[in-house]
Design a protein around this ligand. Sequence first.
Ligand code: GLN
Length: 481
Amino acid sequence: MNTIAFASIQELRTLLDAKKISASELLKLFLERAHKYNPELNAALEIFEHESIMSDYIAGGILDGIPGLIKDNIAQKGRKLTCGSAILENFTAPEDATATALLKKAGALLLGRANMDEFAMGSSNETSAFGPVRNPWDPTRVPGGSSGGSIAAVAAGLVPWALGSETGGSVRQPAAFCGIVGYKPTYGLISRNGLVAYASSLDHIGIATRTVADTAHVLTAINGKDVRDSSSKQIDPIDFTKHLDGKIPSGIKIGVVQNTLQADGMDPQVTNAISHALGDLEKLGARIVPVTLPILDYSAALYFIISRAEAASNLGRFDGIRYGLRSSDAHTLSQVYGKTRNSGFGTEVKTRILVGNYVLSAGHAAAFYEKACAVQQLMRAEFESLFKKVDLLVMPTHPAPAFKFGAFDVDKLQMDLQDYFTCFANLTGIPAISVPCGFSSENLPIGFQLVGPWLGDEQLLKAAHAYQNATDWHKRTPAGY
Ligand code: GLN
């Protein structure tokens, strides 16, 4: 194992501060690794030139000299912004997303653009127009999605951190599949300005790292209110690294969501790994209490309707006129729209636009979209009342380890059910983090989720960090990297 490649941000910081290595040398090392391993992983759609990365370098911040990768639906000024889609293959971002600008201000070195499912629609990274990403633990398996490129890159030690996006679980689910930490903050804690919209009310920027402490570093650099995103929280930036002391408040009450552990299709190896994690949390001083959340049974259906409805509306802007591709054999305005969208979007995206327009159409909106929004309110209320009784929740991130490529080609519904354990957090806006907690008999990573109340991110990270401090699962790295 290459120790620098798998070092934490704090460890790299120590090396940089002691002048054992310069930011430019560190970047060179990570660029070499990215060039070496990306051909087999396809995690990055583009790896930038050393010089052009260094020309953006601002020394002095919390991520000074630390390289990372950005999912290709988050704008980086002057770089391509494809969203994994042919329709934006040649589109260049006119400005930085707020998160990108903050990362640069914090001294981060932005190494490239991460591969992803087309417009963040998918759970396996198989819908990217630029080819799938492979799971570093087993190249015959998916890395998860839609932030598969960001997550595989971190898992294989190509970068210590990456940004992904989360609409229904796209950072947490691949993080569980690849044995790293995947975090989705409270809605609005990180500005969405410059994140290409899929379903705006559910979209979040998320963070992928190998340790919770690293997540806290990246979050500290990019959280806080933003005048360019009216849905961002009107709070001053918080230092999330401050309270990570390896302890969780003694007596903290953690609810185990029983109906998720007993759900159909749960792999017993995952259930076992989570039981062990509960024992570890108890040893750290937590009180574990059983709870049930029957409303979770509706979350995948709610997510299905609301995400498609918003996607149909958001993706209306890709019309062959304003952004990216314009079909060359269109002779009328309606052909420009039709032919561009037909050739530019992949099947998954087109299917979702069709469903979205259907559930929003006159005569159907009341039966589908409005009903889904009403149930979403009930879901929010159910979580709110549960968090009056417990401080945090534990549940699986995913019922099984990473699946093989093509596993759901003939059963699309099963693919859509991949979000069952994760999308509630996007529907309610509450924070959740997936943390490694074991391995299957086939040496595939397993993760579990800690979930906090609205704006309870600090306590959530503190507990997840304490768990990680007491366990070693995150220290295993995939062979060959
Ligand atoms: N798998 C979900 C979907 O396909 C989640 C995607 C996401 O979080 N961006 O929509």
